[in-house]
Design a protein around this ligand. Structure first.
Ligand code: 17E
Ligand code: FE2
Length: 413
C-alpha cells in the first residue's frame, strides 16, 4: 500500500508512506506505485499514529439511564447507580455494549485502549466477558485490562481475593481506589497490596487515585513513594488525581519532586473530571482537573482518556478522542497556538507511553503499519473543525473509512 501526499504529525512538508507486509517500509516524498499496489491519495491531509484511549470503562459503557439517570452528577451517585446495574450483568450484555463502543472508537481512529473493569463482583462477569472480547477484537484494537475494584479492596467483602482471582484469569494491570476506601489506613494498605501483586506477577498498575476535590486526599504521595522505592515508576499510572488540583502550592511543590523522581505516568480525563468535579462547591467552583499543564512542563508523562461512554458517570460520550482533547486544552488552559497544535500527543504518544507500548507504536520504518488519516492539514485545524478520520489503517489493512463532510452553504450575502 502507498499513502501519498500526507503531513506526518504536523510536518510542514508532505511525504509518501509505503506499507508492505503489515509494516512501514519507506517514508519519502514522490514515490511511484508498484504494479497492483493499493494507493491512497492523502491530498495533503494529516497522518498520525492511531489514537490511544488510555482510560475508559468498557464494562459500564452504554448503560446511561439504567436503572436511573445520574441527576446529581456526582462520582458517588455514579458508583451507587452502577452498583445496582451490576447486579443484572450477563456475558452477552457486556459483550454487546463493549463491542458497540469499540466499533465507535474504531470509526474515530482509536486502536489502543486501556479499560478498567470492575472486579467488585463476586462472579467477575464483566472481567470474563472483556477477556474474551480482547482476543476477539485483536484485528481492530489492542486492549489492556485493569482489574479495577470500584467499591474498594479492603472495604468490599473478599476484595483482596477478587483482585487475586482477576489476576489468575488474565488481567494485564491492577487498579485501586484509595480515596473511596472507608478510611486512610485502608487506602494506604490497598496501595501496598496492589504494588506487591504487580511486582510478584510482573503486571502494570493503574490507580484511580484521589478522584475527589478534597485537598487532604493524599494517596498520590503514597503511590509515588512505592513506585519510586521499588523502581516501578514507568509501569505505574496515577489516573484522575483531581485532588492535586486542590492541593496548596507549597505542598504541590514538594510533591512534584517525588513525582518526577518516581517516573510515574498520569492520566487525566478532562470531559468527565470537568463534569464530576466541583459538584460540592457553590462558588468559586473548582475545575476538577489535575495539574495537566504543570505536570507536562515538569517533564512528567500525562495522557488523556475518555473515561465514560454514556454510563452512570457521564451521559455523553462518542468514543472520540478529539472531544477529549478539545475539552482538555480548554480546561487545562493549554490554549497557546503551539500547545493546541501539539495537543494530539495527549491522545497518541503520551497514551502509548502510559500503556508501555514501546517500539510497537509510531509512524517509523520497521514498525507495525498502524496510522490514521485526518481530514485536515495539521492538528490545530483538525481540532478546530472536528475533523473526521478518513482512513483508519491497522497492520496495513483499512479497518474504517469516512468521507469528508463537504458541507455546501448555499445562502448568499
Ligand atoms: N469509577 C470511578 O471511580 N471514577 C470514574 N470516573 C468512573 C468510574 C467513570
Ligand atoms: Fe475511571
Amino acid at each position: 500500500m502507498l499513502i501519498r501526499n500526507v503531513h506526518i504529525e504536523n510536518d510542514a512538508s508532505a511525504t509518501d508512506v509505503r506499507i508492505e507486509n503489515s509494516v512501514f517500509t519507506c517514508i519519502a516524498p514522490f514515490m511511484e506505485p508498484h504494479e497492483h499496489e493499493t494507493v491512497i491519495d492523502g491530498a495533503g491531509a494529516l497522518l498520525l499514529p492511531p489514537f490511544v484511549d488510555s482510560h475508559v470503562h468498557l464494562d459500564t459503557t452504554l448503560t446511561a439511564g439504567q436503572p436511573e439517570w445520574n441527576e446529581t452528577g456526582t462520582l458517588f451517585d455514579g458508583i451507587r447507580i452502577w452498583s445496582e446495574r451490576k447486579q443484572t450483568l450477563s456475558r452477552e450484555d457486556v459483550l454487546t455494549r463493549a463491542e458497540a463502543a469499540i466499533t465507535m472508537m474504531a470509526g474515530n481512529g482509536i486502536q489502543f485502549i486501556r479499560t478498567h473493569v470492575d472486579v467488585t463482583d463476586p462472579g467477575l462477569t464483566a472481567l470474563q466477558a472483556l477477556l474474551e472480547l480482547k482476543e476477539k477484537v485483536r484485528d481492530v484494537a489492542d486492549i489492556q485490562i485493569v482489574a479495577f475494584p470500584q467499591e474498594g479492596i479492603l472495604s468490599y467483602p473478599r476484595g483482596q481475593a477478587l483482585m487475586m482471582e482477576a489476576i489468575r484469569l488474565g488481567a494485564d494491570a491492577v487498579g485501586a481506589i484509595p480515596h473511596f476506601e472507608f478510611n486512610r489506613d485502608y487506602g494506604v494498605e490497598s496501595l501496598k497490596f496492589i504494588m506487591d501483586l504487580a511486582e510478584q506477577h510482573g503486571l502494570l498498575v493503574d490507580v484511580h487515585c484521589d478522584e475527589i476535590d478534597d485537598p487532604s486526599s493524599r494517596n498520590l504521595e503514597v503511590l509515588a513513594t512505592l513506585a519510586y522505592e521499588r523502581d516501578m515508576g514507568p509501569r505505574v499510572t496515577a489516573s484522575h488525581t483531581t485532588a492535586l488540583g486542590s492541593y496548596n502550592d507549597a505542598y504541590a511543590c514538594k510533591l512534584f519532586r517525588l513525582l518526577s523522581m518516581s517516573g510515574m505516568n498520569f492520566v487525566s480525563n478532562p470531559l468527565v473530571n470537568m463534569h464530576l468535579g466541583g459538584r460540592f462547591d457553590t462558588y468559586p467552583k473548582r475545575r476538577g482537573l489535575t495539574r495537566v499543564k504543570e505536570l507536562t512542563e515538569a517533564g512528567i508523562n500525562v495522557s488523556f482518556g475518555e473515561d465514560d461512554i454514556q454510563d452512570p458517570w457521564s451521559p455523553l460520550g462518542a468514543g472520540n478522542m478529539l472531544d477529549v482533547v478539545h475539552m482538555g486544552v480548554y480546561a487545562a488552559q493549554l490554549m497557546g497556538y503551539t500547545q493546541i497544535k501539539e495537543s494530539y500527543r495527549y491522545a497518541t504518544h503520551n497514551g502509548a507511553h502510559t500503556l508501555n507500548l514501546g517500539d510497537d507504536y509510531g509512524i517509523a520504518v520497521g514498525r507495525p503499519a498502524n496510522c490514521i488519516l485526518l481530514d485536515a492539514p495539521n492538528f490545530f485545524d483538525a481540532l478546530n473543525t472536528h475533523a473526521v478520520v478518513l482512513t483508519n489503517i491497522r497492520e496495513g489493512r483499512i479497518i474504517a473509512q469516512s468521507h469528508s463532510p463537504n458541507t455546501v452553504v448555499s445562502c448568499t450575502f
